[in-house]
Design a protein around this ligand. Structure first.
Ligand SMILES: [Zn+2]
Ligand SMILES: [Zn+2]
Length: 187
């Protein structure tokens, strides 16, 4: 069975080099849906608590919310960084507090201090699914990701392969046989 969690992400991007209006900087509210698959955990009668999926995923997804997403070769990138630098906001600002954990993968690098994500490929809905899977594949048993942005929608199914042991009392992943939430210890 699957536990399904949805996130809204507001971001700005553009398709650098694309022959269409998307080559201009513009914004979206994107909706990301993550489906986690596993057996039903007998103790709690759920696959995985959705609020825990939310917590785990949002920690990295926060980087895309109220953020600018640019491809690494986009000339807007050095131009924007130059302005941020001159304004003294490139390396953070007291009002920039809703920051995710910085990450770097093959496909994307987050700069939470200036609300920027630099991507290897154009950030289409397909591109976003690849990025999100890469970021969360070892933390969650992701069976499917769907991303909707404007009229564009993409989805992809994945093979779930993590053997995640879950607490029979609260359903969350055990860390070294111990539940970080309720303290349950695996016998
Ligand atoms: Zn767009
Ligand atoms: Zn527990």
């Amino acid at each position: 069975m699957r536990s399904i969690t949805t996130f809204d992400l507001q971001y700005a991007h553009r398709f650098y080099g694309f022959k269409g209006e998307a080559q201009y900087l513009h914004g979206h509210t994107g909706t990301l849906t993550i489906e986690v698959e596993d057996s039903v955990n007998m103790g709690v009668n759920m696959v995985f608590p959705c609020n825990e999926i939310q917590k785990t995923a949002w920690n990295v997804l926060k980087n895309f919310d109220h953020a600018l997403i640019l491809r690494e070769d986009d000339p807007l990138l050095p131009a924007v960084l130059k302005v941020y630098e001159e304004q003294g906001i490139k390396n953070g600002h007291p009002q920039n507090t809703m920051k995710g954990a910085a990450f770097e993968t093959e496909l994307a690098k987050a700069y939470p201090d200036c609300r920027l994500v630099v991507t290897k490929e154009t950030m289409t809905v397909e591109g976003m699914i690849k990025i999100v899977y890469e970021l969360l594949k070892n933390k969650l048993n992701i069976a499917k990701i769907t991303f909707t942005s404007g009229v564009n929608v993409a989805s992809c199914e994945f093979e779930t392969k993590n053997n995640i042991e879950r607490c029979p009392l609260c359903g969350i992943a055990l860390v070294d046989g111990v539940c970080p939430k309720c303290g349950y210890k695996k016998q």
